[in-house]
Structure formats: structure tokens, C-alpha cells
Design a binder for this molecule. Structure first.
Ligand code: F6R
Length: 615
């Protein structure tokens, strides 16, 4: 996720504040960084580097870094690969303006084409450059001041943004604006600070204004902060006193990154679907499916390779692709696949699933499948990482950096992309009826709201966790689409609470695990109202007959299971194929709260690494 820092004042140099601020934002994850400074002689200089803020510092070592007005950015690539050219700030064509931007301009391609038709030249692949060129075009064509040009441009833009702009002809002013992407203004003594969160600011001032959606802030030296909207109506910003430490800000006020990431999921999935599900919510577009249509349409088989949580997402992907596209799918542990000389042909499509994009086994599986001539499709989170670079094409899940070692939002992001992939391909192949296709698209678009509803069970799950912290073993059961969710719930618990847990298809219980059940054994059962409901209910009865303790995830209003289970967590209804996206959430919360009750290091569990780059 990108980061923004800005400074304008008279008493201090901007550069050290901006660099320190960028370092404070490093926790968000990024692939390049840049800085724009208005130097004493009203020059506007932009310095950018791929890599870390330290690389930017080395790059700036011999440059002119004088000046007390500047903006700076860490970029997490969305449009265009990570590179110094695509890094922010971006100049306008005349180099009078420089902009930094968090978010996505959805209609950038259309605007870019219009501007190119008018002869404007672009140097980067980014949606951000399109915005600054649009602002300049409007400013010059209509002879407008910068604020008005920004207002007119933002009127034309669809998407999310937090931006900051400098104009070298007006070195006493910084303009910033936000829509769906946070931005904080810090107010000092004849100086202003800007940040995508308060972490780059609180060292200098505790007086801040959290900009609201649609706010445009004008920070002008010698004047008070002015906040207007797109129609130039003046607003009264509420100045707040912040009383928080840096660690709290980075975690967004949550005690752990894992909890923050669990709660971020509604927003993350909206980002994942943005620009892919259309506004009418009746169509999915994945550019990879357009660009490589014939490869994908002609696939005789799909092989999914992944590890850990990503492998669980792959099991859900198998059911989605087989259900909708009628193509056989194998799901392989990448570590096994790479060493067992698998049969792979040119007619296979291999999907590599990986949050980090760096998992050594998954990367090796991709290389092997490539050698055998398969078409490789990556579904990853970290932009520009090794796996996406090694694939023919793919789709990023766009859920932002995942910092907690236990994967949460990446799992739901992967399942969302696999759902979009399956129905878009099925639509192209004609293996899904149009009515059903539209129903899945609509229902998928409503999942973020349903997750928000499930997150309201947090306190209830925390209470349950206190009751069950004693346990040394847990069983997780589910069927159909819920079986991989059972595996994932068990993995989450193992990883962070160090309690032994197993996931099973519910009907397999009789073939062995039932021997484990006694009054000390908690069994988590996913028992929502779907085709397998009656059978899973019988499994619950079998567990209760052996004094097992049942925590059941049920559909809202289910009284039958509430009567027999020890505890029930209610879930909103959704289509069976989308249930994993809601039923996973309480299991993430349960693992989290049990680990907290046991006093474990939730974000960095023992022996685990976030990115497994060795075998
Ligand atoms: C589980 C977890 C791991 C990863 C696995 C693959 O919470 O984080 O099981 O899922 O190491 O990692 P990626 O998805 O980065 O390839």
C-alpha cells in the first residue's frame, strides 16, 4: 500500500522530514520511493528510485535537496511494474507540476487516450501520471489556478485517491485531496505536514485534521488551513489532538497486524474486485482472460500449485473451476509437484497461487511446468515479485501488504480472484447459464458487506476463545466448499496458538478421527444451510453422543443446530460456492483470540517466516 508524506514551512528543511516520514511508512510495504522538492530558486526537482527508501537516499546524495516545501511517496505498484519511471512523484509535461497519489484511477485509460489524442506525451505506465497531465491540461486550456484545475479534474475522475500536488510557480502552497484513501494534515506553527496516516506527522505536532472523502486541503504559508470540496464550498475542518504512539498508528489502532488484516478484508476485497466487476455488477473482466483467451479456452486441464494457506485457496479454486468451467483440476503441493516428475502437457494451464510471490517451492513448480510447455497463470499479491515475473500472465489480488505471518486477507483475496477467474472463463466457454453468471457476480460483489456483518461476531468469538483456550487438540470439519475452510481454520490455529488441530471432510470422521472424540475435544463444524446440511447435522449428533464439544458455524436463524451444539456462530446467507469467503472469518478470529489468550506472539509465531524463499 502506497504512502504519502508532505511538508511546507519556513523554519525547517523538507528533505529530512520527508525521508524520515517515508521510513515511518515502510511497514505498509512498497517497491519504490520518490520525492519532489521546490528548491530555493523555485525549481521543482523530482528524485525517484526503485527499491527501498535507503536507495532513494543514496540516489539523492549528490543532488540538490535544499528547500522547505516537498512531497514524498512510497509506491506499491498497481498500474505498471515497479520501476523508477513508474515511481511517484510524477511531473506534468511542462514539469511545472508534480503529484503523488495513493489509490486507483479507474477510468485512466480513457482519459489518457483523450490526452494523447491532444498530443500530450506520457513517460510512465501509471494512472497517476494521467491525473497530473489532466490537471495541467485543464489549468492551461482554461487558464485556471491550480485549485480550480484540481477540482475540475477530480470531477472527471472515477476511482479512489489521496493526492498531493506542487506547482513550482506557487512555491508557497501544497494542495491535497482525498476520496476513499486516507490523508491526514498536521498543523504546526506556520507549517503544515501531510501523511497517509499520522505516523510521519506526530513527531512534529499533535494537531491534525483527518480529511474526509471529497475534501481538498489548501496548505498555504502565512494562512490557515483551508478545506473545500469539489464545488469550492468552504468547509470547517475539525482539528483533533492525537494522543497515540507510532506502533498503534501502524497497526491502525489494532493490537496486532493479524487482527487489523482480518478487519481490513471488506475493504481489501472491494479493492480486489474494483475495475474487474463492473458498476452494474453483472459482468467480470479479467484482462488476462482477454489477452490469452484462446490458451485458456483450449485448456484440457488446470493444475493449481501452491503451499500452505494458498494451497487451501487452491482447493476452493478446484471446485469453482470444475463446477463452472467443466475442466478437470488437480491441486498440488508445489513441494511435491516439483520433485515427482509430473505429467504436464502443452494443453495444461498451471495456476500458481502465492501471496508473497516468492515461495521457493511454488516458483520451482512454475519453472518445471514452463519447461514442459504448460501455460502459466499467476495469482499473487506482491506486485513484481518472482512468481508473477515467471508466469505468462495472471491476476494480482490487490489486498495490500500482508504483515501478520498467518495469512488472512490474502486467502480471501485469492478465493475472490479464483471465483472471478472461474466465472469469467465459464462465460467465455459457454459452460455457465447467463442468469447464474450474473447471480454469482452480484453475490460476489456483496461479499464485502457480508464480511462486515460477520466481523460483528468478534466479541462473541473472543468469549468462545476464552472458554476453549484449555484445549490441546481441535478438530475442524466441513464438506464440499467448506472442507478447505476446515483445513484453513485448523492451520490458522496451529500456526499461532501452537494447539494441534486437524481439518477433515466431515464424513471422513467415522473413518478414524471419531476415536479422538471425548469431552475434552472441541470440534468446529461448518454447518451452513447448503446441500450437505442434513448430513453435517448428523455428524454433529455423532460428536455430541461422544461428549465432544461442538462450535458450529450455521446459517442465520438455524435453531436445529443451536439446540445440540455447545456454541453457534451465525453467518449471513450466500451462495454455496461463496461460503468460504464468509465462513473463514470467524475461524481466523477464533485462532487469533485463542493465541492472544495463550499469550503467544500472534504476528510472528515461532519458527515461521512470512516469505518461505528456501525449500
Ligand atoms: C499460513 C501461511 C503459509 C503460506 C505459505 C505460502 O498462514 O501464511 O502457509 O500460505 O507459506 O505462502 P505464499 O502464499 O506466499 O506462497
Amino acid at each position: 500500500m502506497c504512502g504519502i508524506v508532505g511538508y511546507i514551512g519556513t523554519k525547517r528543511q523538507a528533505y529530512p522530514i520527508l525521508i524520515k516520514g517515508l521510513k515511518r511508512l515502510e511497514y505498509r510495504g512498497y517497491d519504490s520511493a520518490g520525492i519532489a522538492l521546490i528548491n530555493g530558486n523555485d525549481d521543482l526537482n523530482v528524485y525517484k528510485a526503485k527499491g527501498k527508501v535507503a536507495d532513494l537516499e543514496s540516489f539523492c546524495a549528490e543532488k540538490n535537496i535544499e528547500g522547505s516545501v516537498g512531497i514524498a511517496h512510497t509506491r506499491w505498484a498497481t498500474h505498471g511494474e515497479p520501476s523508477s519511471t513508474n515511481a511517484h512523484p510524477h511531473y506534468s509535461e511542462s514539469k511545472n507540476l508534480a503529484i503523488i497519489h495513493n489509490g486507483i484511477i479507474e477510468n485512466y485509460a480513457e482519459i489518457k487516450k483523450n490526452l494523447m489524442d491532444k498530443g500530450i506525451k506520457f513517460v510512465s505506465d501509471t494512472d497517476t501520471e494521467v491525473l497530473v497531465q489532466l490537471i495541467e491540461y485543464i489549468q492551461e486550456r482554461k487558464n485556471l489556478d491550480l485549485l480550480t484545475a484540481v477540482q475540475v479534474a477530480l470531477h472527471q475522475v472515477i476511482g479512489a485517491y489521496a493526492i498531493a500536488i506542487l506547482d513550482k510557480r506557487h512555491p508557497d502552497t501544497v494542495i491535497a485531496a482525498r476520496k476513499q484513501s486516507p490523508l491526514v494534515v498536521g498543523i504546526g506553527d506556520d507549517e503544515f505536514f501531510l501523511g497517509s496516516d499520522a505516523s510521519p506527522i506526530i513527531e512534529y505536532t499533535d494537531q491534525v485534521v483527518y480529511l474526509e472523502d471529497g475534501n481538498i486541503a489548501v496548505m498555504k504559508l502565512g494562512e490557515e488551513l483551508k478545506v473545500v470540496n469539489i464545488l469550492n464550498e468552504e468547509l470547517s475542518p475539525e482539528i483533533k489532538t492525537v494522543d497515540i504512539n507510532l506502533g498503534q498508528i501502524e497497526k491502525g489502532g489494532y493490537p496486532h497486524f493479524m487482527l487489523k488484516e482480518i478487519f481490513e478484508q471488506p475493504e481489501c476485497l472491494k479493492n480486489c474486485m474494483r475495475g474487474r466487476i463492473n458498476v452494474e455488477q453483472d459482468h467480470v473482466t479479467l484482462s488476462a482472460l482477454i489477452d490469452y483467451r484462446s490458451w485458456l479456452l483450449n485448456a484440457k486441464r488446470v493444475i493449481i500449485v501452491a503451499c500452505g494457506t494458498s494451497w487451501h485457496a487452491g482447493l476452493i479454486g478446484k471446485q469453482l473451476i470444475e463446477t463452472f468451467c467443466k475442466i478437470p483440476v488437480d491441486v498440488e503441493y508445489a513441494s511435491e509437484f516439483r520433485y515427482r516428475n509430473p505429467v504436464v502437457t502443452k494443453e495444461d494451464v498451471v495456476i500458481a497461487l502465492s501471496q508473497s510471490g516468492e515461495t521457493a517451492d511454488t516458483l520451482a513448480a512454475v519453472e518445471l511446468a514452463k519447461e514442459k510447455g504448460a501455460f502459466i497463470y499467476g495469482i499473487c499479491n506482491a506486485i513484481g515479485s518472482s512468481i508473477p515475473r515467471a508466469t505468462n500472465t495472471g491476476t494480482y489480488i490487490h489486498v495490500g501488504p500482508e504483515i501478520g505471518v498467518a495469512s488472512t486477507k490474502a486467502f480471501t483475496g485469492q478465493v475472490s480472484v479464483l471465483t472471478m477467474f472461474a466465472i469469467a472463463l465459464a462465460d467465455a466457454k459457454g459452460t455457465i447459464k447467463h442468469g447464474e453468471y450474473v447471480k454469482v457476480v452480484q453475490e460476489l460483489a456483496s461479499i464485502p458487506e457480508k464480511i462486515t456483518e460477520v466481523l460483528k461476531t468478534n466479541e462473541q468469538v473472543a468469549d468462545l476463545a476464552r472458554t476453549f483456550t484449555y484445549a490441546h487438540n481441535f478438530l475442524y470439519l466441513g464438506r464440499g466448499f467448506s472442507f478447505p475452510v476446515a483445513l484453513e481454520g485448523a492451520l490458522k490455529l496451529k500456526e499461532i496458538s501452537y494447539i494441534h488441530a486437524e481439518g477433515y471432510p466431515a464424513a471422513e470422521m467415522k473413518h478414524g478421527p471419531i476415536a479422538l472424540i471425548d469431552s475434552d475435544m472441541p470440534v468446529v463444524v461448518i454447518a451452513t444451510h447448503n446441500a450437505m446440511y442434513e448430513k453435517v447435522r448428523s455428524n454433529i449428533q455423532e460428536i455430541k453422543a461422544r461428549q465432544g464439544r461442538v462450535i458450529a458455524l450455521v446459517s442465520k436463524g438455524d435453531e436445529a443446530i443451536a439446540k445440540i451444539a455447545d456454541a453457534v456462530i451465525e453467518l449471513p446467507d450466500t451462495m454455496e460456492c461463496l461460503e468460504p469467503l464468509v465462513s473463514t472469518i470467524p475461524l481466523q478470529l477464533l485462532a487469533y483470540h485463542i493465541a492472544v489468550c495463550k499469550g503467544k506472539d500472534v504476528d510472528q509465531p515461532r519458527n515461521l517466516a512470512k516469505s518461505v524463499t528456501v525449500e
